[in-house]
Design a protein. Structure first.
Length: 132
């Protein structure tokens, strides 16, 4: 047997409940995608900063051709497919190359006397020179 209060709540819920708005399913390609904010980041992660910059200057045809060559380099086992591991390996390689290039550039900026060593005084001068 159902208690009267529970029965009243169930009836009230059914009578006063708000129906959910019917939503149409969006077909693929019909919706606008806001990929632009992350696009440049993805572009640089995949290609490297310098390579991404040069790709930005290419025509779509040239870009497609160069990307095809890069895909061939990513496909380590040359089976015509790129696996998740091959893609991860490629992105790690690109990131390492960027790090090494960036370290070399920063090193040149901080090694003020060009002796291939950075002394504490050189570091302070390069970092805080305008403030000291």
């Amino acid at each position: 047997r159902c208690p009267p209060l529970l029965l009243l709540l169930l009836v009230a819920r059914g009578a006063l409940g708000k129906p959910t708005a019917r939503q149409e399913r969006a077909r693929a390609g019909a919706a606008q995608h806001e990929d632009l904010p992350g696009f440049q980041y993805d572009h640089e992660a995949f290609l490297g900063k310098e390579e991404a910059r040069s790709f930005d200057q290419l025509s779509p045809e040239e870009s497609r051709e160069r990307l095809g060559k890069i895909v061939d380099r990513i496909d380590d086992d040359k089976d015509g497919y790129i696996t998740t591991e091959e893609l991860k390996t490629w992105i790690k390689r690109v990131q390492k190359r960027y790090i090494y290039e960036n370290v070399a550039k920063v090193w040149k900026d901080y090694d003020l006397n060009k002796d291939d060593k950075i002394a504490w005084e050189e570091y302070k001068q390069a970092t805080y020179g305008y403030y000291l």
